[in-house]
Structures are given as C-alpha cells and as structure tokens.
Write a protein that binds this ligand. Structure first.
Ligand code: FPP
Length: 249
C-alpha cells in the first residue's frame, strides 16, 4: 500500500539571523480598522513587541533593533507624539521585569537628548537595570535617523582629522562603523542580517542605511500589532531560503 499522506511541512530554521532589524509599521491602520483612535494601535504594537522579543530570544536571535520613533515622527500631531513618548515609561514598568528575568539587555540608539525627561528616565532605568544581562539585546531606535547618524559620524571624524589624531588616509569602513550609534553592539553582529517591515510598505525610511548594506529584507502586509511569534518564524523561514553572497558568487 502506498502512503499518500504528505509529510508535514516543518519550518526551516537552520540559520537563525544573529541580528534582526524591525520597522514596526501599521499601528495606525490597525486601530482604524477597529474604529479605535490611532494611539490604541501603538499600545497594541507595544504588546506585540514584547511577544516578538520573547520569541526571538527562544529562537536564539542575539540582537533585535526596533524602529520605535524616527527623527521624522515629530511631525505627527502633538497628542500622538506624547502618547508614543509615554510608551517607554509604560513598557519598561510593565515588561522590563520579564525581560530582565530572561537575561535580555535593553539598549538604545538615536538622539536621546531630545526625548522628554520621563521617556529618557525610563530608558536609562531599563538600560541600567539590564546592563549585566548577556542574552538577547533589545536595541530601541528612538529619535533615530540614519542620515543624521552618518552626518554625526562624519563630523566626529573630521574633528579628529583636524586635531591630527588621524590622517584622511586612515579613514576606513571600520573607522566609520566605529563612529556610528551601533558601535556599542558586539562587533560581529552590528549589521542586521535580516530587516523586517510590516504593513506592506516597501521602504527603508532612514533605518540603518549604512548597516543594512548586505541585509536581507522581508516585507509582509501584516500590520505590526498582528505580527506575533508565528510571523517572526515565517520571516526567518524566508531568510533561510536566501543565499547571502556579500558580493561574491
Ligand atoms: C508606525 O506605525 C509606528 C510608530 C511610529 C510607533 C512604533 C511604536 C511601537 C510599536 C511601540 C514601541 C514601544 C516602545 C516601548 C517605544 P504608524 O503609526 O505609522 O502606522 P500607520 O502607517 O498605519 O499610520
């Protein structure tokens, strides 16, 4: 007798990306679909972030860099900006204990000086509380913009040349990478292997332009608050089907 039963499709997760970047998009549309105010989408987005972080940790991802607020997001209505700025306060009260218990380290990139005091305070507390953790790094991009990051790096390097600490010939890709905001991340994993963007938009929107030179991209129509652990698995399955050649053959 032939056995026509199809073999169950197992997820292909042989290669786990060390560093995943996520552009968490579609919160507003998620709320609109439910006839709720936009900010409810951000709140649901925050819960999704916790779930995805725990899943990433279980899968063995080392760094998750999440785009929580861009330098361009200040142009949103004041009430929405202040709601988003309050999310870290809520997030860190509600979720940091669980993250801490799971050995997750919270870090941040972006121009944090411009953040409201309460937001900055919550961020600093989370970074401080988790600084000895050696598990997954949850790296928040807050008031982050890639071009501004590169501009700042160029200014710092120009200053070093001016002070004759280095000559222009000494400026290598490594020197530039060492002046970017991601320079606090473990050297081997600074650049994301995989960048995920939700909600069907097909853009990078100033997210890690230098670091994404060789990243794989995964775009999904799923709105961020609906992006849960199983969606992360799908993204990693897709990553497993890619052949990364880094310019070689
Ligand atoms: C983009 O969706 C999302 C944001 C600008 C905010 C993302 C923030 C979170 C998911 C919460 C993060 C948590 C912390 C702790 C900071 P959108 O508003 O542009 O959605 P739309 O395109 O549907 O309007």
């Amino acid at each position: 007798m032939f056995n026509f039963r199809r073999k169950e499709k197992k997820p292909h997760l042989d290669k786990i990306p060390n560093h995943i970047g996520i552009i968490m998009d579609g919160n507003g549309r998620w709320a609109k679909k439910r006839m709720q105010p936009r900010v409810m989408g951000h709140k649901a987005g925050m819960d999704a972030l916790q779930e995805v972080t725990i899943k990433a940790l279980q899968l063995g991802v080392k760094i998750l860099t999440v785009y929580a607020f861009s330098t361009e997001n200040w142009s949103r209505p004041e009430s929405e900006v202040s709601f988003i700025m309050n999310l870290p306060v809520e997030f860190f009260d509600k979720y940091v204990p669980e993250l801490n218990a799971n050995n997750v380290r919270v870090q941040v990139i972006g121009d944090t000086k411009r953040l409201p005091e309460a937001t900055l305070g919550a961020l600093n507390r989370a970074c401080e509380t988790t600084k000895h953790n050696s598990g997954l790094i949850l790296n928040f991009a807050l008031n982050y913009g890639g071009r501004a990051e590169i501009t700042e790096a160029v200014k710092m390097i120009a200053q070093e040349v001016l002070e004759a600490n280095i000559s222009p010939d000494d400026i290598t890709e490594e020197v530039i990478a060492n002046h970017l905001m991601t320079n606090h991340l473990p050297y081997l994993y600074r650049d994301p292997d995989l960048i995920i963007r939700t909600s069907g938009e097909l853009r990078l929107s100033n997210f890690l332009p230098w670091q994404s030179a060789y990243s794989e991209f995964y775009f999904t129509p799923v709105l961020w608050p609906d992006f849960k652990g199983d969606e992360l698995v799908k993204a990693i399955e897709s990553y497993n089907e890619r052949q990364r050649r880094f310019g070689g053959i």
